[in-house]
Design a protein around this ligand. Structure first.
Ligand code: SF4
Ligand code: SF4
Length: 268
């Protein structure tokens, strides 16, 4: 098994081995949800979103959701309600499979476009035709894009490459960037708390010298992801502004508990 703490996701073989993937028999019958949520976080909107009762989280809100594949009709409503964007719909009932996924980047593709399908790691898998875009008001700004791909890659394709993406824009390049002087101030670094490059530079100008110091001044890293997305970027900006190497910067502190636990444990 790959180290999920490093890659951030389970691959299709691991999901299947863990019994967290719809059966081939069900996938061949038509569209069905694939729930790839694998962290015991306190979250259950998927359960309440499904009016067919196909998803169960249960009384303990940190349980992983369980799909009853016989009840799922592949409507896709749960995809738009999952804050982790961890649910997909796969359909292997025809010659070509379709994969539906939440896609919150602009511009959106158009029906008929040929796009670059990518896997869970964002790596290119194949070219794919866009067959549907659902951007209904009820989706609340989480459009669902459906693409057509060969069946043999439909368990691995999970998104598409952003349109108009240049090499300069890739996250990997941004993470490698040492000089942040010419990066636009309005670029968001901490997505959970909407903290921008400008906010972070201002905090540094006001005296913050550590990632923790920036966190306290701006809330960068205090959101749902707890800094998993932004703390490395904050280190880079700090290094650039103060003229020190990112690896010499003290990382932010991790506070206990590092995963949600029931209140009852504090009685012990
Ligand atoms: S795709 Fe529709 S039917 Fe299936 S689990 Fe999600 S909301 Fe329920
Ligand atoms: S809504 Fe998404 S993140 Fe939350 S429990 Fe359901 S699948 Fe997991």
């Amino acid at each position: 098994m790959s180290d999920i703490t490093k890659v951030g996701f389970l691959n299709s073989a691991e999901l299947k081995e863990a019994g967290r993937y719809p059966s081939e028999e069900r996938l061949k019958k038509g569209p069905v949800a694939v729930i790839e949520c694998c962290q015991n976080i306190p979250c259950n909107p998927c359960e309440t979103a499904c009016k067919f009762g196909a998803i169960t989280v249960g009384d303990l809100i940190t349980n992983l959701p369980v799909l009853d594949e016989s009840k799922c009709v592949g409507c896709g409503v749960c995809l738009t309600k999952c804050p982790g964007l961890a649910i997909f719909v796969v359909d292997k009932s025809k010659d070509m499979a379709t994969v539906s996924f939440p896609f919150e980047y602009l511009p959106l593709p158009e029906k008929g476009d040929i796009v670059k399908a990518v896997d869970r790691a964002g790596q290119y898998v194949c070219d794919a035709k866009v067959v549907r875009i659902n951007n209904a008001k009820a989706n609340d700004c989480t459009p669902i894009v459906t693409i057509e791909v060969p069946k043999e890659v439909s368990d691995d394709v999970r998104s598409m490459r952003r349109l108009n993406l240049t090499d300069e824009d890739t996250r990997a390049k941004l993470l490698e960037r040492d000089d942040w002087t010419n990066v636009p101030d309005d670029l968001i670094v901490c997505r959970c708390e909407e903290v921008t490059v400008g906010d972070i530079k201002k905090a540094i100008a006001e005296g913050a010298k550590t990632v923790e110091g920036i966190k306290k001044r701006t809330r960068a890293g205090m959101g749902l992801c707890q800094g998993r997305t932004c703390s490395k970027l904050v280190s880079r900006i700090l290094g650039s502004e103060l003229g020190i190497k990112p690896n010499e910067i003290e990382p932010d502190r991790v506070r206990m508990p590092i995963k949600p636990v029931a209140f009852g444990v504090y009685k012990e």
